[in-house]
Design a protein around this ligand. Sequence first.
Ligand code: SAM
Ligand code: SF4
Length: 332
Amino acid sequence: MTQLVQPLADAYGRVATDLRVSLTDKCNLRCTYCMPAEGLDWMATEQQLTDDEVVRLVQIAVERLGVQEVRFTGGEPLVRRGVVDIVARTHDLGVETSLTTNGLGLARTADAFAAAGLDRVNVSLDTVRAETFHTLTRRDRLHDVVAGLAAAAAAGLGPVKVNAVLMRGTNDDQAAELLTWCLERGYELRFIEQMPLDAQHGWSRDDMVTADEILASLEAAFDLTPAEEPRGSAPAELFTVDGGPGTVGVIASVTRPFCGDCDRVRLTADGQVRTCLFAREESDLRGALRAGASDADLAERWLVAMRGKAAGHGIDDPSFLQPTRPMSAIGG
Ligand code: SAM
Ligand code: SF4
């Protein structure tokens, strides 16, 4: 019997079709804009959805709620043992699958992901200098990320995208260098403005590197032309570099918010639906699921949660409060 699809519509006419699933809050790096050097109090195993629970909720999202793309993230999704199997089972549902990873361990697993049906990866890399990498991530693992990127491209998990965050005084002078490196290898680089989502609440509006600054520093080295294709719900503003075919993107979540076109919804590793990265409320699906709720009931709870999605993140509003959950526990 074909399932009746009820789209995940909110009160402002937006429909979520892109699901971000966090598989763990744990990570093997300690990026300064994300978490403190000592790490965090990680989620207890019993709080975390099991592989079967993740797949069940993803299946409900796809079959009953019209989700068309599922991106796995974290924390670091590759530290979760069952990740390849979860990807394979999601791929079998007939949706696009992708992964956002810091790249550690990807050299070893890229072929298995490709065989599981993964469509694409985004790898986070903020610098190609080993010393700066250590300053930013507090680990000496640049070579692993570089190897992971190469393996992903070789396994056909492309176009391989690279996500970069610029931090003032650390790597904000390296935007052009990173772009050159990515263009030479055919990776699509996207700069993300630093957002107030770090566990240690160290973000400041005055200190963050803005999209205008990023573009100015790139334009000193390259000729950038706004890309012609319509942006739709994609968060990145795209530019063609030196006449193409290479491109670069800027995701200006803070200074040029794109909330009006948002098509995302998030599921945390402990089974909470979040309608926005910056939401201060979440809706518990895990409790209902473990109490024996039916698929129809879980879908209804998800629909209700969606109706409460705020119009925008309100970072510039004087009353803005950073969410209690840090980025690593939400799923970026
Ligand atoms: N560990 C994986 C990784 O780093 O790609 C996946 C999770 S991470 C939270 C997802 C993305 O969020 C990464 O590209 C990371 O650079 C970005 N990110 C983390 N904290 C951020 C912040 N405060 N502002 C902007 N982007 C951030
Ligand atoms: Fe880990 Fe990703 Fe956070 Fe860096 S940004 S500490 S890699 S979760």
